[in-house]
Design a protein around this ligand. Structure first.
Ligand SMILES: [Zn+2]
Length: 572
């Protein structure tokens, strides 16, 4: 048992969480938690907020314990600003809950919150991450937190004192690794901002300290100030910056929320959270996690969760993306170019406090090579235990296997085939069949979904100068300077095209033309002299077709280029 539990960071946290849950002795399923704000696109950087507790919760389930992974949607947060690209008239909604702001124009969803939740929910499903989603709007407006809100208001003096211990300390902010490029820094800041917490006021008013902030009953905005509160009757008065005023009974009022630094520990206690990690922006001195740890003990009577700080996740190939698309990528963007197990693996193999980068550039070739190498080592039993564990966490969850590509043809090979065929499925399949004639790929399904990911990568991420550029016009200068032997070889190739229009046929033809030129048959065994002539002939073809010394395999290239264009480019 001990041996198994020390395999990796996930096992160690699972040990701690199980021990802590047993110490608390609630008798209920163990609770791991994450929180996300649907205030805008949910960036790939925020995936660690969900992936870290997912992996721990999954390990706990694998050991046979009941475990719930709560995903709290902070959709009752205020709409803070109108992002670039959205109609400026949305400014009239600033200060309203995200669930009452209309979705951006053209969205199939009714509200801002639903619009930004939906792609994340879909991505989590594809990643095999099972969560129990909680809408904070639903919780607050149903009065679920009534007792906790009344308690916090009763204990407001104590809360104010705890917050006061930290108010003079430095303001927390996003921590970005040294040397991160500008675009990655932007992503880190955007990810930190996503919580919406760092800049929120903590409830201090001229009339005293109140941890509860109502949304105005008249204009729906949180530009309100509590002016008085009577603990006996729970009568609360507030004024609104838009000139509204109201007196309500807090024991019946369901339009408002606790300020973030009180809201978070309240929910730890309400849900009995045992594990919830936090980003670096929430873990510095005076930050929400530290203050929340004090408040949950002193006000809500529970211990704080085990809460490791997780480090920044960067993106390689980011600078290019942000300039071309104006936005940092989301988990859905990553899943377009890599399979779910590979994305899971990136998180599983690194401890939460280690930062790493997710490859959107050509580094993805190496990432996939490493993944395939590990897969082979696991098959032959030579992988170290920690690597076996990480692979297992990536490839399956407690409830089952994630979809995997049956034939793991190297990603770089698939990308090259897609590039040269410009995604033509019939040609892709024909080329794939030729890769390993002894065990031919018989359908594209065998190489999917990896093929689709490689195709998306080529189409959206591959550098223009990496793409195979077939010449538009013949290289007339080169053609004019050719000698009789070369001209004759090109003619033999063009004459043979129609009869050899298959991958195999073209292979025979391109290798055979130098033989025909020397008076031998197409299938004559190659001599050293023939091999030299073949290499020279291939170099000539590359220059004439793609303007370089090398390129994709010639038969592949010829099939992709098409007979008419070949004739145009090679006719001397
Ligand atoms: Zn108002």
């Amino acid at each position: 048992m001990a041996e198994r539990n020390e395999v990796d960071w996930v096992s160690r946290f699972a040990d701690e969480v199980i021990a802590e849950a047993e110490r608390r002795g609630s008798g209920k399923p163990i609770v791991c938690a994450s929180g996300l704000s649907p205030s805008g696109p949910i960036h790939l950087g925020n995936l660690r907020e969900v992936m870290t507790p997912h992996l721990v919760a999954d390990e706990i389930r694998r050991r046979g314990y009941e475990c719930v992974h709560l995903l709290s949607w902070d959709d009752y947060d205020r709409f803070r600003k109108v992002p670039a690209g959205v109609d400026p008239s949305w400014a009239e909604h600033i200060g309203k809950p995200l669930t009452t702001v209309p979705a951006p124009t053209g969205s199939p969803y009714a509200t801002w919150a639903e619009h930004f939740k939906a792609p994340m929910v879909a991505a989590l499903k594809e990643l095999g991450i099972e969560v129990h989603g909680i809408s904070q709007t639903e919780r607050y407006t149903s009065g679920a937190y009534r007792d906790q809100i009344l308690l916090a208001m009763r204990e407001r003096g104590r809360i104010d004192a705890v917050l006061g211990r930290y108010r003079t300390k430095a303001k927390p902010g996003a921590v970005v690794p040294q040397g991160a490029d500008e675009a990655s820094q932007e992503a880190a800041l955007a990810a930190a901002e996503g919580s919406g917490a760092a800049t929120e006021d903590d409830g201090a008013t001229a009339a005293g300290y109140f941890p509860y902030k109502p949304y105005c009953s008249f204009c729906d905005k949180d530009t309100t100030t509590v002016t008085s509160y009577d603990e006996e009757t729970t009568e609360m008065s507030y004024v609104c910056a838009n000139g509204h005023a109201e007196t309500v009974l807090l024991s019946e009022h369901n339009r408002g929320k606790l300020v973030w630094k009180v809201d978070w520990p309240m929910r730890w206690a309400y849900e009995g959270v045992v594990f919830e990690p936090s980003g670096v922006d929430h873990s510095s001195p005076g930050s929400s996690f530290v203050v929340g740890g004090q408040l949950v003990r002193e006000v809500f009577g529970q211990d704080p969760p085990i809460g490791p700080m997780y480090a920044f996740v960067g993106i390689s190939g980011m600078a290019k993306m942000s300039s071309s698309r104006g936005a940092v990528p989301t988990p859905a963007d990553a899943l377009e170019i890599m399979e779910a197990p590979v994305l899971r693996w990136l998180y599983a193999r690194r401890r939460p406090n280690q930062s790493f980068k997710i490859a959107f550039d050509q580094e993805i070739y190496r990432l996939y090579d490493e993944w395939d190498t590990l897969g082979r080592k696991i098959e032959d039993g030579s992988a170290p235990p920690a690597d076996v564990a990480a692979f297992g966490r990536a490839a399956r969850t407690a409830t089952g296997e994630l979809p995997r590509t049956p034939r793991p043809v190297p990603y770089r090979t698939l990308a090259s085939i897609v590039d040269v065929t410009t995604g033509h499925e019939e040609q892709i399949l024909r080329i794939l069949r030729d890769l390993d004639p002894a065990h031919p790929v018989s359908s594209l399904a065998e190489v999917r979904p990896r093929l689709d990911r490689a195709q998306a990568w080529v189409e959206t991420k591959m550098d223009a100068d990496q793409r195979t550029q077939v010449r538009e016009e013949p290289d007339t200068a080169l053609l004019a300077g050719l000698g009789d032997t070369e001209r004759n070889m090109l003619r033999l190739l063009l004459e043979g095209l129609d009869a050899h229009w298959s991958l195999e046929g073209l292979t025979e033809l391109v290798y055979g033309v130098p033989k025909l030129q020397q008076g031998l048959s197409l299938d004559a065994p190659p001599t050293p002299e023939i091999k030299v002539a073949q290499r020279a002939f291939f170099a000539l073809l590359y220059h004439l077709l793609v303007g370089g010394d090398t390129g994709p395999r010639l038969p592949t290239l010829l099939l992709a280029v098409g007979a008419a264009r070949i004739r145009k480019l090679l006719s001397a």
